[in-house]
Design a protein. Structure first.
Length: 105
């Protein structure tokens, strides 16, 4: 019985230390800046955007055109909180005033 305990102890120590001896193989992967960049084409890009980004609900029009019965958040809220990165702003020409964009800021 004593011999078996000594043998098990030896095997336990031997197997525990087996991975500690030997040479460690170092694999160099290179620096990230050494690798060429992948070509990105315009059709690979995606941005979150809003159509009529400044749109506000028009009072009394909801029954005539229900599809226009909505209001977008302020542009700053869309950019800061909602992650919008593309805005569509309709520009209107007003005689004597030039081009104007009506939006909430």
């Amino acid at each position: 019985m004593k011999e078996r305990a000594v043998l098990l102890t030896f095997l336990f120590l031997f197997t525990s230390l087996a991975g500690c001896f030997g040479e460690e193989e170092i694999i160099e992967t290179g620096k990230p800046e050494d690798e060429p960049l992948e070509e990105i084409r315009l059709n690979h890009l995606r941005m979150k955007g809003t159509h009529n980004s400044y749109h506000e609900k028009t009072p009394g029009v909801s029954t005539i055109t229900p599809e226009n019965n909505y209001t977008h958040a302020n542009l700053s809220i869309q950019a800061d909180r909602l992650g919008v990165r593309q805005f569509e702003l309709d520009v209107h020409y007003i005689p004597g005033m030039g081009l104007r964009v009506f939006q909430q800021i």
